[in-house]
Ligand binder design. Structure first.
Ligand code: ADP
Ligand code: MG
Length: 744
């Protein structure tokens, strides 16, 4: 029984938690220790340079090379004091994860020795050999140059001996080859549009900031067990494996006690994340066995995205130190919950107003309504695109399964906000002079004061209002949040800009109207303005109604109802990507200066190609495992049974043996049936792949992979999982779900 599986299981059980010594300081003291933040800039930069940097960070001022030189010098000094010898431009290409190329500070001194050098030029721009990053054809290989350019709004940080500089990554002709460049542009667009709208209410607002608080779900698996599962190793998920008899049905994992080994991992991870300035706040078990969550306090969106990318790579590293592997895949195990990354999103002003939170005054409440409704307008108009922004080969397994949001974007608002919107929609616009119904005594009776009750929640909604923010729950655990944030911020920017135009037009129509002549409270313009806003908002409440859904998102009726409402109900991942190339998407992105048609087309090529490659790899791995793991093992067991049947015959004679061997013969036949089915289906799978591979067009190829290759994998898996149940446990080579899923 010297099966590798038993060895790794036995070892996994013996592992002890690592001793993690917490730093002597308190978390608030070591927080951001490895980040060149404002405090360190103040210390290491000359006063004028520091002030210039603040202007760059806060107001988007231009940065010239002399300032960059001074900043580089200060950074270098701080880095050297922390043992740093190398630096890297850290960027987010269109693959998963981040990329970096490390250079050391050393240079020839011209006298046969070495000096250490770091200039503004090196800080601001680099030309990594970009030819092997996906570009969707923007950069043909003979023009391989792409360059990375410093993003001063996200602070540099230290990992080991390396100074990491967050950068955008663009082609030589200026097209974005990464997530950060379009993200920054979308944040700028929403800032401009939202600031304009804010001026109706708060003239002092200079800037509106998009905020993001992500909640990262993940699985941990013992490293030994992981290494004995080629499917996990190569694809990030299990391609086979029968349900464990016990999994999440007892609901005993969620918020349960965290196993010691995991606790040590979390502690270690949190210390390192805090040192990198990631404001970790919450950790707990999730619903599925071995599933956990980490959530920080929300931050400005660009920084939050960088922090999430950084955290994911930190998790991978720290997990290995603790003898684990972290699984960020959205659906590593069939039959139990997958992992998501809720994106809590909102907008707030530089003056401290949270635009999705209700306030005390009528003005604040109207502002609240405007931002809620225009967010819904953006999400409604671009619901297909927003779904495309979170879609991937791996997230497709999770969406639409009864655990994660359905593959239809809709928004849950809760009882109070729903009532408020209904009230405004129905109210008579001439009601200004009336005293409010229901005893409300306001200068605008349509707008009652509201207090949001936080307990009003709907777990099935992909885009739920949660009291002072929206929670976008369809984002995948492995995804770069930037993708969702680009689409969402752009859609809302467009809606707000459009709203502003219509309000201004309406205002021009009604001003001078007698009805809005100065009132006794001496605020005439006020009323006219608010009336124009109300008129437009009322119209928009009606328009975006189809996106509002408070019912059960898991039900079949919802799919039919969503179709009636004209919402996007497409389920095929490669088809959903087409939404990026809808005219409405191209117009929106290019109008806002976020992405051009060319960039969108190129990025879609990358998406389709990535989709195909993922399914292709999975199909190959499954084919190989079927033929050289599963079938041989099943056949060997079958031979043992045959041997037994033969011995029975020899010992007892045919008649008696036939009776005694009934069970074994049944299993022999079942194995024969299932293995020959598997073999035939693997052949089919290979043929389907071959057929798809000759399709030149990436879009059509991805669709072929989705329609003809992926479904065959499910059928093969079904047969393998049945075999797992009947083949002798002692021969089964791959760690089973019950072993993978329970860390002691
Ligand atoms: P739950 O699991 O109940 O959804 P959590 O406390 O786990 O809530 O996560 C909520 C996340 O929302 C946290 O990251 C929190 O900082 C974030 N958040 C709170 N307010 C805002 C806001 N205005 N904008 C963005 N994120 C926010
Ligand atoms: Mg949440």
């Amino acid at each position: 029984m010297s099966n590798l599986r038993f060895q790794v299981v036995a070892e996994a059980f013996k592992k002890k938690p690592l001793e993690i010594t917490a730093p002597a300081e308190r978390p608030c003291e070591y927080f951001s220790k490895k980040v060149f933040n404002r405090e360190k800039m103040y210390k290491y930069l000359p006063k004028q340079v520091y002030e210039k940097m603040m202007d760059v960070i806060d107001n988007g001022a231009r940065l010239d090379l002399t300032v960059a030189d001074a900043v580089a010098a200060g950074m270098k000094q701080w880095a050297s004091e922390n043992g740093v010898t190398h630096y890297t431009h850290w960027f987010q290409p269109l693959t998963e994860g981040t990329a970096e190329k490390h250079d050391s500070f050393i240079e020839h001194d011209g006298k046969g020795g070495m000096i250490e050098e770091f200039s503004g030029k090196l800080l601001v721009q680099q030309e990594p050999d970009a030819s092997s990053f996906p570009s969707g054809g923007i950069r043909s290989t003979f023009e391989a140059r792409g360059y990375s350019a410093w993003d001063p709004t996200s602070p540099v940080f230290i990992i080991d001996d390396t100074l990491c500089i967050p950068t955008v990554f663009i082609s030589y002709s200026g097209e974005a080859l990464d997530y950060k460049a379009p993200l920054l542009k979308s944040l700028h667009a929403v800032n401009v549009a939202a600031t304009d709208v804010c001026h109706y209410f708060y003239p002092d607002v200079k800037k509106v900031i998009s905020t993001l608080g992500w909640e990262q779900e993940y699985f941990l698996v013992d490293e030994g067990l992981y290494s004995a599962r080629p499917d996990l190793l190569l694809t990030g998920r299990t391609l086979m494996g029968h349900d464990s008899a016990k999994n999440q049905q007892m609901d005993d994992h969620y918020f349960g006690t965290i196993p010691d080994r995991v606790q040590a991992f979390m502690k270690d991870l949190e210390i390192q994340a805090l040192e990198l300035g990631i404001p970790c706040k919450t950790r707990h078990n999730e619903v599925a066995p071995n599933q956990f969550e980490l959530a920080p306090i929300f931050e400005e969106t660009n920084l939050a995205v960088d922090h999430n990318m950084l955290l994911m790579s930190l998790m991978r590293k720290v997990a290995r130190k603790h003898g684990f592997r972290v699984l960020l895949h959205e659906k590593p195990f069939a039959g139990i919950n997958g992992s998501g990354k809720h994106n809590n999103w909102s907008l707030s002003t530089d003056t401290g107003v949270r635009l999705h939170a209700p306030g005390k005054s009528t003005e604040d409440t109207l502002r609240f309504v405007v931002f809620i409704v225009e967010t819904l307008m953006g999400v409604y108009r671009h619901n297909g695109l927003i779904k495309a922004s979170i879609m991937s080969a791996s997230n497709a397994h999770r969406l639409g399964a009864n655990e994660a949001p359905p593959a239809i974007i809709s928004s849950f608002l809760g009882k109070q906000v729903t009532e408020l919107l209904d009230h405004i929609e129905k109210a008579d616009s001439n009601a200004l002079s009336m005293v409010g119904k229901q005893g409300m005594k306001m200068d605008i009776p349509e707008i009652p004061e509201i207090m949001i009750d936080n307990t009003d929640r709907n777990r099935t909604s992909p885009f739920a209002f949660t009291g002072n923010r929206f929670e976008f729950r369809a984002v995948g655990s492995e995804a770069n949040c930037a993708s969702a944030m680009i689409a969402l911020n752009s859609a809302v920017a467009e809606a707000l800009a459009d709203f502003k135009c219509r309000v201004d037009r309406r205002l021009a129509e009604i001003s001078g109207d007698k009805m809005f002549a100065p009132a006794s409270d001496g605020k005439p313009a006020h009323s006219a303005k608010f009336h124009a806003i109300l008129d437009v908002i009322r119209e928009d409440i009606k328009t975006c109604k189809p996106i509002r859904f408070d019912g059960n998102g898991y039900s079949d009726e919802w799919v039919a109802e969503a179709e009636r409402r004209g919402l996007d109900t497409e389920k095929s991942c490669p088809v959903i990507f087409e939404r990026y190339l809808d005219e409405s998407s191209i117009v929106m992105f290019s109008k806002l200066g976020v992405m051009t048609r060319k960039e969108l087309e190129a990025r879609n090529e990358v998406k389709w190609e990535t989709y195909t490659k993922k399914i292709q790899i999975e199909a190959r791995v499954l084919g190989d495992l079927s033929m050289n793991h599963i079938i041989p093992v099943a056949t060997r067991y079958q031979s043992q049974l045959l041997e037994n049947v033969r011995n029975m015959n020899d010992t007892f004679g045919t008649d008696k043996a036939a009776k005694l061997s009934e069970r074994n013969i049944k299993i022999i036949e079942e194995i024969a049936g299932r293995t020959s089915k598997i073999e035939a289906m693997v052949d089919d799978l290979v043929n389907a792949r071959k057929k798809a591979n000759i399709i030149e067009d990436e879009h059509k190829k991805a669709i072929a992979y989705h329609d003809t290759v992926a479904p065959k994998m499910d059928e093969i898996r079904y047969q393998i999982d049945k075999l797992e149940l009947i083949v002798d446990d002692a021969c089964w080579p791959l760690p089973k779900y019950r072993e993978l899923l329970f860390i002691r």
